[in-house]
Design a protein around this ligand. Structure first.
Ligand code: ZN
Length: 239
């Protein structure tokens, strides 16, 4: 009996232990978004552990991952990801985003700000995520620290979602009907669909090395980040 159970366990294991598809549709991740031709996907590189060197392997980050971090799917999430896709294309020509090497400025949008920190590895408490109220919601300035190169990206005028912003202001004014909440979701989704059905560059204005006055860090100095300081330590010699 025990042998039979062990055999069944071994046979079943590959089925239920297989990693789930990181881009598969789910109740919070619409099928149209998973399958759209230009839904942004990001390849990132990090360190292997605290005081670790660079990982030799990369990770894939999808909009689905961003939704899990942020809490919901919204137009701002897709908007931010689209704009930053263009920024990373300029900063990392090899297509691999180094999340130990970036500083970003965004406005204080709950949605765009979350996209900024997740994709860049920047953190407000370490002074690498800077908050600038003068930036629009889809407006980001990103700097690759090791090269000093920076880019500013923003959703272009032709793509700017006036209807979404108008509806947003209506809801935030406090004078709205319950149906306005549903209309807002419909407008956001239509905007997101527009963004993911064409290459990101068609929706984004980009400026390389912009003349930009970086704001002061939003938090007081509470100590610097140390966990990425050992990324370039050479391999130990074999004894
Ligand atoms: Zn959001």
């Amino acid at each position: 009996m025990k042998v039979l159970l062990a055999l069944l366990f071994l046979l079943a294991t590959p089925l239920w232990a297989a990693p789930p598809d990181g881009n598969a549709p789910d109740w919070y991740y619409p099928q149209w978004l998973a399958e759209a031709p230009h839904t942004p996907v990001f390849r990132v590189r990090d360190t292997v552990n605290k005081y670790g060197r660079y990982a030799s392997e990369t990770k894939t980050v999808t909009i689905k991952d961003l939704i899990k971090f942020h809490g919901h799917f919204c137009g701002g999430l897709v908007e931010g990801a689209t704009a930053l896709k263009v920024a990373f294309d300029r900063l990392f020509p090899d297509g691999i985003i180094d999340r130990t090497d970036l500083v970003i400025a965004s406005n204080n949008s709950a949605c765009g700000g979350d996209v900024a920190v997740y994709l860049t590895g920047a953190r407000a408490r370490f002074g690498s995520h800077l908050i600038d109220p003068k930036l629009k919601e889809s407006d980001f300035v990103v700097k690759r620290v090791s090269t000093g190169k920076s880019v500013r990206v923003v959703i272009n005028a032709a793509t700017y979602p006036h209807d979404v912003r108008t509806q947003m202001k209506k809801i935030e004014s406090g004078t709205f009907e319950p149906a306005d909440i549903d209309l807002f979701q419909d407008l956001q989704w239509a905007y997101a669909k527009k963004l993911v059905t064409r290459p990101a560059i068609e929706s984004v204005d980009v400026t390389e090395n912009p003349n930009y006055a970086w704001p002061e860090p939003p938090c007081q100095d509470m100590g610097r980040r140390r966990d990425n300081d050992y990324k370039d330590v050479p391999a130990a010699r074999l004894k």
